[in-house]
Ligand binder design. Structure first.
Ligand code: PD2
Ligand code: ZN
Length: 298
């Protein structure tokens, strides 16, 4: 059925071209999305009515966005933001990240967590560790009142930050992450390298900035809210050091070259992205963290 053909009850959604999902399909499509049905499969009812892929994808995107927005308003929640996600992930065990094929080892919808395998080579992990080693300082957390950095017992690691694009290796890894997560390089903070010795840990926390805390205003002015985190494991500790998601009862093992990604579409515990780094029991744990912002980070 081509555009402009009379489709009875659907006619109101067709003004020259198809823009809105017909009334009778809205509820079933929203319910299917909430059950975690793959985005491509959501298009089927519209494709069966003769819609093109592009028209159907745009209409479903608008329908789901407006559903989330009205749900947020009704429950007095912050509005959801677009978040990074691998393009066309469904059922694909391997993603082409430009210069490397990255494995998808595990994926959870809520909280949105994806475990990647082989994101970095062993040589890249070693090179990042050696570049960071001379710069290591006791890790800090942001003071929510002043916005300043402060050492804290919740984070007993040592860290070193790189500016975005600071070295050729940083640039290569940033390009790969941007391609993997379909998120522009300039929406990312610089790579942050952390080293945990035996006993060091990172107590559970959220990575987004609390918008109500005055000390976060400066951070929020530089690229907006954080919307996703990628923790890349640069070493494999002999024991301990997993990344924990207590609300999801999920533990991700720290294996060199692998990474755990999680996104949070609003700065709210409803994202269930509470996470921490378990104490290292034996050996050393090194990670590189990439935080992704909603806008250009300067
Ligand atoms: O090292 C980790 O597993 C970990 C845990 C929680 C890292 C971060 N948060 C982080 O870098 O934000
Ligand atoms: Zn964190």
């Amino acid at each position: 059925m081509g555009p402009g053909v009379d489709r009875g009850s659907e006619a109101q959604s067709v003004v020259g071209e198809r823009t809105a999902v017909p009334e009778d399909l809205r509820e079933p499509i929203i319910a299917a999305a909430l059950r975690g049905k793959a985005p491509e499969a959501l298009l089927t009812p519209l494709l069966e009515r003769g819609w093109s892929d592009v028209e159907a994808a745009a209409a479903i995107d608008a329908l789901l966005r407006s559903h989330l927005e009205s749900h947020a308003r009704a429950h007095d929640l912050p509005l959801p933001k677009r978040v990074p996600a691998p393009a066309g992930l469904n059922d694909r065990p391997v993603i082409d990240a430009g210069d490397r094929r990255v494995h998808v080892l595990a994926s959870l919808l809520h909280p949105r967590v994806i475990v990647f395998g082989d994101l970095l080579s062993a040589r890249e992990c070693e090179a990042l560790i050696e570049a960071a080693r001379p710069r290591l300082r006791r890790s800090t957390v942001v003071d929510p009142v002043t916005g300043g950095d402060q050492a804290h017992e919740a984070r007993t690691s040592y860290g070193a930050g790189f500016q975005r694009g600071e070295t050729e290796l940083c640039r290569r890894i940033e390009q790969r992450i941007a391609r993997l997560l379909d998120w522009p390089v300039d929406h990312g903070e610089g790579l942050q390298i952390l080293r945990y010795a035996v006993g060091a840990q990172y107590l559970p926390h959220y990575d987004y900035f609390d918008p109500a805390a005055p000390g976060n205003a400066l951070q929020l002015a530089r690229g907006g809210q954080r919307v996703a985190t990628l923790v890349i494991y640069l070493s494999t500790p002999e024991s301990g050091g997993a990344t924990l998601f207590p609300e999801a009862h999920l533990e991700v093992a720290a294996i060199r070259g692998n990474a755990v990604f999680f996104s949070y579409d609003r700065p709210h515990p409803m994202t269930k992205t509470l996470h921490g780094g378990a104490p290292v029991r034996a050996g050393e744990k090194w990670i590189a963290t990439k935080w992704l912002r909603e806008g250009v980070h300067r």
